[in-house]
Design a protein around this ligand. Sequence first.
Ligand code: C2E
Ligand code: MG
Ligand code: MG
Ligand code: MG
Length: 288
Amino acid sequence: ALSEARAAHSPVRHDLSGPGAREIRRLADELRTAIDEDQLLLAYQPKIHVRRQEINSAEALVRWAHPERGLILPGDFIGAAEDGDVIDLLTLWTIRRAIIDQRSLQAAGHDLRIFINISGQLLADQAFVDAACHLVAEADAKLGFEVTETSVIRDPDSAIANLQRFADIGIIIAIDDYGAGLSSLAYLKQLPARELKIDKLFVTQLTSSNRDPLIVRSTIDLAHALEMEVVAEGVETHSALALLTVMGCDMVQGFLISRPIALEALLTFLEEDRHHHVSQDTRASFTN
Ligand code: C2E
Ligand code: MG
Ligand code: MG
Ligand code: MG
């Protein structure tokens, strides 16, 4: 019956109305198996600190090596994981994996903070928050959590309280996809966030649009006024990097520096960086 259902309609590509309840349940069940059978992978995308010219953190992005369908990107299963109530298990797996990988990085001499994406609904899930705090505190791991503002607006009181619990045990909070969702300056001010990530929507078109540079510059100024560091995601070109540098952006992340890569490739990347600091090309545009 399972293979019939698979043949009947594409199981992961959602149509505009989204997957039905049965489809979500099936995908969520498959994800539970995937977690048990180690089919999930983490890809790491480094962030470069512009002024210090160093890589001090990386973001963990989950992928699903599906036995039949091949590699599936998170856009095609995180929604079902959320709706099918398996996102807590998936995220706890991600935290555990990131802690193990961070130890491997440390053993190779690379002290990186690893950032993990946390779905909004988990900020209202006390069992998840307790379990996540326990894992991180017990391992004494150096982590960051990325959350969107939209996820805070749903239930601000519990979200803010739980973000504070994370911050209290040394987890750095980053606001992800800033500017793309529902933004409220009233909440932004109250969040215990130390980093603000400007959505790639404003960054990929930075040098070909008239308005995006104004939006990005004012966002950088706003974040600095709130004593947050700014990360630009989706940096794909040298010209975007040069402009962000002039604007005082603190950190950059994007295909120009590195795509999300497996742990082994990240280790190689960091070894090369240790010798060349940042690649000559990238370094040149820092100073231009
Ligand atoms: P995000 O956290 O905003 O991650 C950035 C996405 O942009 C990633 O897509 C990354 O591969 C992509 N990206 C990075 N640099 C560039 C660039 O220079 N240009 C362009 N065009 N894209 C770039 P990915 O890996 O497919 O992840 C998509 C989203 O899935 C993430 O967005 C995040 O919201 C979510 N996600 C990923 N892993 C997890 C996870 O473990 N848990 C949860 N809850 N969500 C996750
Ligand atoms: Mg649950
Ligand atoms: Mg993110
Ligand atoms: Mg983002």
